[in-house]
Design a protein around this ligand. Structure first.
Ligand code: ZN
Length: 255
């Protein structure tokens, strides 16, 4: 997953710089401007810093943490630890994602939706959120028809959230350190739908065998191959992510 950082300048109208104290929701939006690019929408947010008014003469406050473009490219406009101006009262506890769309019906391209799924799965894993509960539409907060296609087609919205859930390693059977002797094995159990990607942070400390389905989830054997005193973090990542984007699950120590 490639995210291009193109942060807005700190200003009162699109990036107030206010700390986001907690993240309990991911809010999905559509830009409402058919055919516009991620970059054009980012530049629009940046242009608000001068203090622009709408047709009724009111100052415009608008922005988003992320914008997903028509080809699935992702722009980050605001750091995750700051609030955005996207989702009204939910700004105080949510990370917002705007999505571009080719036509007025607001339907996302396959590439846009795919990138949105991966981005949401990554955020849900990092903030320990449940996609079926904690991914919300702008509509759920204010009844604004946004993102339009997911409001007009609730089944497409449900399908999208299920896809996010399928990608995630929702739960792993330990968060505590695992301690094993040289040559011994730990079988880790993971609650997830798709085959997980699990790997050590440091090479040659353990061997992580390919995961196999077990009891509705997945398991993988981790064998301690290095000498006593060595250790490594055990990570999971999404299929589209780099190793460096993985989530640390637990420490594996050899005694
Ligand atoms: Zn919206």
């Amino acid at each position: 997953m490639d995210i291009k950082k193109d942060l807005l300048t700190i200003n009162s109208y699109s990036r107030p710089g206010t700390k986001l104290s907690k993240v309990t929701k991911i809010a999905v939006h559509y830009v409402g401007n058919p055919g516009s690019t991620a970059q054009a929408n980012r530049n629009y947010f940046e242009s608000l810093k001068e203090g622009k008014c709408n047709s009724s003469g009111q100052l415009i406050y608008a922005s988003s943490h992320y914008i997903v473009g028509l080809d699935g490219e992702i722009l980050q406009c605001i750091p995750e630890m700051e609030i955005s101006y996207a989702t009204n009262q939910a700004n105080l506890y949510s990370i917002s994602i705007e999505c571009c769309h080719p036509a007025a019906d607001g339907k996302f391209t396959v590439a846009t939706e795919r990138a949105l799924v991966v981005l949401c799965a990554d955020l849900c894993q990092r903030y320990k959120l449940d996609p079926l509960k904690d991914i919300i539409r702008h509509y759920d907060v204010t009844k604004k028809v946004c993102p339009k296609y997911y409001v007009d087609h609730p089944e497409a919205y449900e399908d999208f959230r299920q896809r996010v859930r399928s990608l995630m390693v929702i739960e792993i059977d330990t968060t505590m350190d695992v301690v094993r002797r040289h040559g011994d094995c730990y079988t880790v159990a993971m609650k997830c739908v798709d085959k997980p990607v699990i790997y050590p942070g440091t090479e040659k400390v353990v061997t992580v065998c390919p995961p196999y389905p077990y009891g509705g989830g997945w398991r993988a054997n981790i064998v301690a191959i290095n000498q006593a005193g060595s250790s490594t973090g055990i990570y999971t990542r999404l299929p589209d992510q780099d190793k460096t984007d993985g989530v640390l699950r637990f420490e594996f120590k050899i005694t």
